[in-house]
Design a protein. Structure first.
Length: 505
């Protein structure tokens, strides 16, 4: 796919040379409204844009003044105005118009700025903050432009995504205050990945904004739980300004918690695996013995799964506590400093049972890092689970896939804000894992949609084929590694990880 960002920047350089930094827009000779602190308190930033490279025209005949009035009525206090002309069909005049129409709001000029002269023009046009994309600016220019923003009383909003961007952000932040933003959207391809901001949050200094892909109350709550102070909402707000209150409330009603920290740790582990070990995340499930769990940890498992349901692989509270004590209290030494200790996951198929309540109590204590919901996965079921966990542990859903109609479950969960969903095989009258493989054509369909978490039928002799054919981000293995139900075969486990490593290398 062509690098869209490169095209945008190339066309912008051409227009700058031809038209100058105003791009032909009429800009007041002086600022016409007082500065308003941008994102003075945690909240949503709602966007005004006419089009995008990925969507084309978003709303026909968009009226920025009417849209900003609708945003204000919905409770927004911060607005982003897309002023890029070629791909987003915006202009500085849009910013001037809305800043005059609703001067009490705080405005971000969102564009692909490349010159210092554009900062002063942004101020005159009414901006209270200016987007600076680290990916398209060298470190010295970024620092100068951020300093100019501060000299006018505006907030420099520094957006990062690539690894090299963080060095630039650190340099800009060392000179003075910045607001940082992590973009879930890759500006080269315009694809979205909710784990990118999750991995970024720990590296962002001070206040930070989650950008792109927020289109539901669940997605907004996810961003808040990660520890972000703001969300930038584009298309969802533009298409339905009257319904944006639900997204704003979703963000405001959440807070940073263990659920968000779980996803941050998953995202950070993914970075470690991809950058250093070139392999997927690995979950070993159905662990019923302490020695099996500790071997899985030694071999490099990222997640250890303990079943708390009616199953021959059911775990006990004692085993989970022993594993946790050994890994975390005795400071078990892992040979690779970049290979962190595995996360502990409890697998349940219902909420109100003795076994499930054991898992939930372990999660609330902080012994289990997350709960894997392996019942019928609906947003309502996950909301019920959230109410029990109260943010004291993470959780994710396993969707059981038996036919093409089941794929709609994954789409529904993603639309409700779930960053990842584990796909497992469906079998009639069976709850939880089945040990069966999902039909190849269904796995291929899910893999083509991206971010595949795959369970079912994975073991020695099959995992390499799955990695080669589908490139899953996470693989989950259980029954194919057993000598008998509930007892792992240590030779099979070692061979399983060897097969994964051979593929990765």
């Amino acid at each position: 796919m062509a690098d869209i960002l490169e095209k945008i920047v190339a066309d912008r350089r051409r227009d700058l040379a031809k038209l100058g930094p105003s791009f032909g827009s009429r800009i007041p000779t002086r600022r016409l409204r007082p500065l308003v602190p941008f994102l003075a308190e945690p909240g949503a930033i709602l966007e005004i844009k006419r089009a995008s490279p990925s969507r084309g025209d978003i709303v026909q005949n968009l009226d920025p003044r009417k849209l900003v009035a609708a945003y204000a009525a919905a409770g927004a206090r911060n607005v982003s105005v897309l002023t890029e002309r070629n791909y987003f069909k915006g202009s500085l005049e849009d910013l001037v118009d809305v800043a005059i129409a609703r001067p009490e709001l705080a405005y971000l000029r969102k564009d692909f700025l490349l010159q210092e002269e554009e900062i002063e023009l942004s101020y005159r046009a009414g901006a209270d903050a200016v987007l600076l994309i680290a990916r398209i600016l060298d470190v010295d220019l970024l620092r100068r432009m951020a300093a100019l923003c501060r000299s006018f009383g505006m907030m420099p909003f520094v957006e990062v995504r690539e690894y090299e961007d963080y060095t630039k952000l650190t340099a800009a932040a060392s000179d003075g205050v910045v607001l940082s933003g992590a973009n879930a959207r890759d500006l080269a391809t315009f694809s979205i990945d909710p784990l990118i901001p999750a991995a970024a949050r720990s590296r962002l200094p001070g206040r930070a904004v989650y950008e792109s892909g927020i289109d539901s109350a669940g997605a907004a709550a996810y961003a808040r739980r990660l520890g972000f102070d703001g969300i930038l909402v584009g298309e969802a707000a533009i298409k339905d300004p009257g319904g944006i209150s639900a997204i704003i409330n979703g963000f405001q009603s959440a807070k940073e918690d263990a659920a968000g920290i779980f996803w941050r740790r998953i995202a950070e582990r993914r970075e470690t695996r991809v950058n250093n070990l070139k392999r997927p995340l690995v979950k070993i499930c159905g662990l019923a013995r302490t020695e099996d769990a500790l071997l899985a940890a030694d071999l490099g498992a990222d997640l250890l799964g303990f079943v708390f349901a009616e199953s021959p692989r059911a775990a006990s509270k004692q085993v989970v506590r022993e594993v946790w004590q050994y890994l975390y209290k005795q400071q078990r030494d892992f040979s690779d400093k970049d290979d962190p200790k595995p996360l502990l996951v409890g697998v349940i198929t219902e909420i109100h049972s003795t076994k499930a309540e054991t898992a939930l109590s372990l999660a609330q204590e902080g012994i289990l890092d997350a709960i894997q919901w392996h019942g019928e996965s609906t947003p309502a079921a996950l909301a019920a689970l959230d109410a029990v966990l109260e943010g004291k542990a993470g959780r994710y859903a396993a969707a059981r896939i038996g036919n093409a109609e089941d794929l709609a479950v994954i789409d529904l969960l993603r639309r409700s804000g779930e960053p990842r969903i584990l796909a497992d095989a469906r079998a009639e009258n069976v709850t939880g894992g089945t040990g069966m493989a999902i039909a190849a054509e269904l796995v291929k369909f899910m893999a083509d949609r991206g971010f595949l978490w795959l369970a079912g039928g994975l073991g020695v002799g099959t995992v390499g084929h799955a990695l080669k054919s589908y490139a899953p981000e996470l693989i989950d293995a259980s029954s194919k590694l057993e000598v008998e139900k509930g007892k792992k075969d240590h030779g099979l486990m070692a061979a399983f990880f060897k097969e994964i490593d051979e593929y990765a290398n």
